[in-house]
Design a binder for this molecule. Structure first.
Ligand SMILES: *Cc1c(COP(=O)(O)O)cnc(C)c1O
Length: 408
């Protein structure tokens, strides 16, 4: 049964039936088995050319699909599912999360425009702002993520958009999205938000007034570290420009990645609940270890923006940052190199745990760390928390065993 028919049935059943629960939506959204002989999942259409039976059909565009780049039943299934989850007017698919970020920015900006970008923005997006956007004649200002309504003071005559990421990369600072949206409305600015950490399940960005909602689908949507994908969902007023630019740039996602995203979607709520519980258990345990100065995790009291997280989010995911008391970097290496459950590598959102050293003297972390502190970013996967904790305890013991005096 497709999500449409489930919804229709619920509505026909008599007026004010409660809306379908998220888990139910995740299972049914974008799926139409009877269109494919009853097979449960939407098939992978690998396509460039779409044949027409006659010249009249070809030129008259009488068929639902025209060309592989312009969409297949596979891409349409994911777009529909995400549209339902995000609650926007339309969704486009991109080959990576980063391409979704740059697409959203370019859809709102023209030469001579000014954009306000959170200072905790994902590093490669900052690189694109400082290079690509400036080369296109766009002015960029970075604002502290903790800024609320007072960001109005930063707005100039040529300001057209604000770009949010909450919680932000590395420092995990949560932003006051409702206050920023209200300010943006006053000044007629578009609001773009990268919501990869929360996913559509834990933060309803369109409902909060965000125009363009970005997901690095590579992370929790695919969820298995085996593909790259990005998505942008648009509000009705932001949709025409987004759709047009996506078409002009010739962006599309690979059919296998789309299939993996559709498959990931079905279990996303179950996985996220597990990531959430595991990460909270590990983070709370880390808070009590003597080697740890603080844990930057939005759902923990004392983390930057915790009150905002509590007000605006319905859950937390598996990614957070640990600030270690001052030790030489060699001690951090000893901690991380011998970890058995945590892999060393970039990205996050897969089923497996990851660890990554961060430079505490750089960017937003500098303000949150005492001099000499070291930072490690953790992604808590679906392993049992007690095994992860034992792995981390052994790592902290290795760290303690490093001869500090000879290194300092
Ligand atoms: C990883 C990430 C991206 C980019 O996604 P890719 O698919 O790796 O290009 C964008 N935003 C945030 C917050 C990310 O963590």
């Amino acid at each position: 049964m497709s999500s449409d028919s489930l919804l229709d049935e619920a509505l026909q059943a008599g007026g004010d039936v409660p809306a379908l629960g998220t888990g139910t939506r995740l299972v049914h959204a974008g799926r139409d088995p009877m269109r494919y002989h009853g097979f449960v999942n939407t098939p992978v259409f690998r396509a460039s050319t779409v044949l027409s039976p006659t010249v009249r059909d070809l030129l008259g565009r009488t068929q639902p699909y025209i060309y592989g780049r312009r969409g297949t039943p596979t891409s349409e299934a994911l777009e529909r599912a995400l549209c339902e989850l995000e609650g926007g007017a339309g969704v486009v698919l991109c080959p990576s999360g980063l391409s979704a970020c740059t697409l959203a920015l370019m859809a709102c900006l023209e030469p001579g425009d000014h954009v306000l970008v959170t200072d905790a923005v994902y590093g490669p997006v900052r690189h694109a702002c400082d290079g690509l956007l400036r080369r296109l004649g766009v002015e960029v200002s970075y604002f502290p993520p903790g800024t609320g309504a007072e960001l109005g003071g930063w707005v100039k005559e040529n300001t057209r958009a604000i770009y949010l990421e909450s919680p932000g990369s590395h420092s995990m600072e949560v932003q006051d999205v409702p206050a920023l949206v209200a300010m943006a409305r006053q000044h007629g600015l578009r609001v773009i938000a990268d919501c990869s950490w929360a996913t559509p399940l834990f933060f309803k960005a369109h409902a909060a007034g965000v125009d363009l909602v970005i997901q690095a689908g590579t992370k929790y949507l695919l969820g298995h570290s085996d593909g790259m994908l990005g998505t942008v969902s648009a509000s009705p007023r932001a949709w025409p420009a987004l759709k047009a630019l996506h078409g002009d740039l010739g962006l599309c996602a690979g059919p296998d990645e789309i299939f993996l995203a559709l498959r990931g979607l079905r279990s996303m709520q179950v996985r996220l609940r597990q990531h959430e519980q595991g990460a909270l258990a590990v983070a709370r345990w880390l808070q009590q270890q003597e080697e740890v100065a603080r844990v930057l995790h939005p759902a923990l009291e004392g983390s930057p923006g915790h009150a905002l997280w509590k007000r605006d989010f319905t859950g937390s995911s598996g990614l957070f940052t640990v600030v270690l008391k001052p030790v030489p970097f060699a001690a951090v290496e000893a901690f991380l190199d011998g970890l058995k459950c945590f892999g060393l590598g970039y990205s996050w959102g897969g089923y497996e745990s990851l660890a990554l050293p961060l430079d505490a003297s750089e960017g937003r972390l500098r303000a949150l760390c005492e001099p000499g502190c070291q930072c490690v970013r953790l992604h808590v996967g679906l392993e049992e928390p007690q095994d992860l904790i034992a792995d981390l305890r052994a790592g902290l013991d290795r760290m303690q065993a490093v001869d500090m005096d000879s290194l300092l």
